[in-house]
Design a protein around this ligand. Sequence first.
Ligand code: ADP
Ligand code: MG
Length: 697
Amino acid sequence: MHPFFDRSVEYLKGVGPQRAETLNKELQIFTFGDLLQHYPFRHEDRSKFYSINELMPNLPYVQLIGEFRSFRIVGIGRKMRLVGTFADETGTIEMVWFRGIQWIHKSLSTGVKYVAFGKATLYNGKFNIAHPEVEVQTEKNTTEGYLQPIYHSTEKMKKKGLESRFFSKVIKILLTEAIEHIEETLPDSLIRQFNFINKKAAVAAIHFPKTSQQLLQAQNRMKFEELFFVQLRLIKLKIARTEKFKGASLNKSDLLNKFYEKHLPFELTKAQKRVVKEIYADFRSGHQMNRLVQGDVGSGKTMVAFLAMLIAIGSGYQCAFMAPTEILAEQHFKELRIQARLIGIHIARLTGSTPKSERKIIHEGLMSGVISMLVGTHALLEDKVKFKNLGLAVIDEQHRFGVAQRAKLWTKTKDFYPHVLVMTATPIPRTLAMTLYGDLDISIIDELPKGRKPIKTIHYREKRRLAMFGFLEREIEKGHQAYIVYPLIEESAALDYKDLMDGYESISRRFQNYPISIVHGRMKAEDKEWEMQRFVKGETKIMVATTVIEVGVNVPNATIMAIENAERFGLSQLHQLRGRVGRGADQSHCVLMTGLKLSKEAKTRLSTMVNTTDGFKIAEVDLELRGPGDLTGTRQSGALDLLVADLVKDGEVLKTARVAARNILKTDPELSREENRPIKNHINSLNQSVVNWGRIS
Ligand code: ADP
Ligand code: MG
């Protein structure tokens, strides 16, 4: 990029040191380049003029032509304001100013034709416009319609008068100088293929378009470009890794076939079969697999992982299966052990609480190759844990494992990298997956095993608590078990903890005849485990817990879950929690308990939960509500810091950009061709800028 764009905004006419400091602090705008990339988030149409008698409530900003009949200053002290009566042939309206009264009063006169622009609001049955923009009417501002950019600014900036108009003014000044330094970033081939306008035109028009069509063209191109470079980077990473990292060739399916024919406990769903095939194809490719399996809770990811491990073991390699918590690791171990024994595989478990003496035996078993399958937690990543020949690492619930840890697993074997299978039960929308995991291959299990009855979800306000208790009781009388979940977040831990305890007490009083378990984060691990086991064995009928994820167990006999203060949970969290019921053959229910007052967003979350059990649909709504950063819990991913594109709305552009990026890298992997020089130059300048691309993968 041209050094022009690195200049400090301080030196731009109309900015200066003080405003520059505000821009730095409030919007992280430091350089000319930053300011130019402060794109407007919408435009106001200034091509239409209204007559005063046409005004209606709820119009967006309007433009009027007329004269001031009179001005008066009313009120005193902080309530002082300037009121101007503005008239056209059809009526009058009041224009009101609360700040800069003297100056504005001086600059306006009666009997002069003005163009006034602002938001008309109804007050005491009459329209008025507060702080309108007023310009003397000219030929230009009456006949040349244009789109006025509206820029994001902060409360602090608004107090200093640094609003949309300010940005509009300084960016206009900046653009006149900047335009000659803006370099094309896309190759001709793409510009022609998609009929894009060039970069200079796009940057100018994204701020100051002449028509709405021009604005669309500019946005199209800028969105494409932004997504294109993210995808290019991800695909490049993927190619680099595939070429550099050989994977063990796992091509013996005998063990898998034997298990499949003799021991498979149920018929696989079509989706499960498809994913196993995708994995097998990767195994045979000779390259290292990095595959993400997305599947809703209960879609049967564990069996898919087990079958993949059978291929690896049948081909003479070891496998590691890593879960995010001890309890989950324990549960996986117990389930996998049943299958492993059937087929005669040596399986072991390693967690933080594995005793030293046992560890030593496991370490030796891994080194000698006696142990084929190791299930555990982070403990698997300790340096002491060395495998004879690790061929496949399965990571369950990926979002809890950092990328650094993923990378660490890869170094577990010296000569080649083990294949990596990441499984996530948090479905994320495709657009987000392509961006966050664009360097991985993605498999989707979009089908639940046959015969599952979708969980029925209802929403009760507090006053129906007795009905909820009655519901629970009927389920328990049928011989089933129930969960009652309480929110517990760090910020309000003390209060939440009290709620939980109060709740536990009242539940104990209400259900005196039934044994009840309670599990929460403040308990010792052994105590938690003991309580959990009582519930798993059916000794207790009700499990009161903070988040059941913590206790993430498979209890098919649990058919009802009540979630207290459900409005405080995020959508994906609610979905995860709910997935703890509906694991058996009986109809399951989920009751969302909330207070009376709910925000609009909370209402959307609750109604989404009531209306669907499809994790992918829920994820889409979650993305719309929270945006990509919050959804993934990581704002750090540079891939998500998009300036123009929107992962919620621009899914199509994203797909196109990904395909385009892939095609270009297919023919010119090093981007060394002359025609792709714009791409290469732009990547170089991105690498120098603050965005740390390394963090994406
Ligand atoms: P998740 O995808 O949430 O990890 P699990 O692998 O724990 O789901 O599977 C949930 C339950 O469904 C388990 O009890 C498992 O044995 C069972 N299951 C998995 N696949 C099938 C299938 N094809 N048919 C019937 N039951 C299945
Ligand atoms: Mg699972």
